[in-house]
Design a protein around this ligand. Structure first.
Ligand code: SAH
Length: 188
């Protein structure tokens, strides 16, 4: 039976169709490391994943998960803000960049991503995407996440130059409890 569709699975399908072995990918918010592990599997041993988080707890949690799954070799972990993304990779060199916004599951909700830095990091990330590159955002809203970051990020996405990039936003339209939104950006 097919896996029940949710925001993350939808995003993973898109990434799997776009990312090939040996490529360079970025997890801009590694959290507990699930997205980093997913990307590390896609790029394989000859590829590279750069993973960022501002919290030591997230970096260590990600390191543990990768180590258990024998995926550490192709990943570099950085305890740094994603606003500095452009310092770590060359322009047009990256196949995929994932953002999973909000707070660290089981961690401090105060240390969640914030609209201003998220938008700065998206801008930096867009310059890094290669011609077939794809950026995905999992955008939380409602509950402890509130609506400020979602509203500001969506307003920013609508203004992205349509000559250079295509932006798609998807919502689970009839599901209750504010399921996260998926946004996907590709180069034209
Ligand atoms: N992808 C994770 C969940 C991410 S939670 C998973 O699958 O489990 C969001 C993460 O973003 C948190 O761990 C938080 O510490 C991190 N974060 C917040 N601000 C950040 C910033 N400016 N740069 C990088 N990471 C940040």
């Amino acid at each position: 039976m097919a896996q029940k569709l949710n925001t993350l699975i939808y995003i993973q399908h898109l990434l799997a169709s776009q990312v090939s072995a040996g490529s360079l990918c970025i997890d801009a918010t590694c959290g507990r490391g699930h997205d980093t592990a997913f990307l590390a599997q896609l790029v394989g041993e000859k590829g590279r994943v750069l993973a960022f988080d501002v919290q030591r707890e997230a970096i260590e949690s990600t390191r543990k998960l990768l180590s258990e799954r024998h995926l550490l070799e192709q990943v570099q972990l950085y305890e740094d803000s994603h606003i500095h993304l452009a310092q770590y990779a060359k322009e047009r060199s990256v196949s995929a960049i994932m953002f999973n916004l909000g707070y660290l599951p089981g961690g401090d909700h105060q240390l969640a991503t914030k609209a201003e830095t998220t938008i700065a990091a998206i801008k930096a990330g867009l310059t890094l995407l290669n011609d077939e590159g794809i950026m995905t955002l999992c955008i939380y809203h409602g509950g402890d996440s509130g609506f400020t970051e979602r509203n500001d990020v969506l307003a920013f996405l609508r203004e992205i130059d349509n000559q250079s990039y295509t932006v798609l936003v998807t919502e689970f339209y009839n599901r209750p409890n504010y399921p996260p939104l998926a946004a996907v950006i590709t180069r034209n």
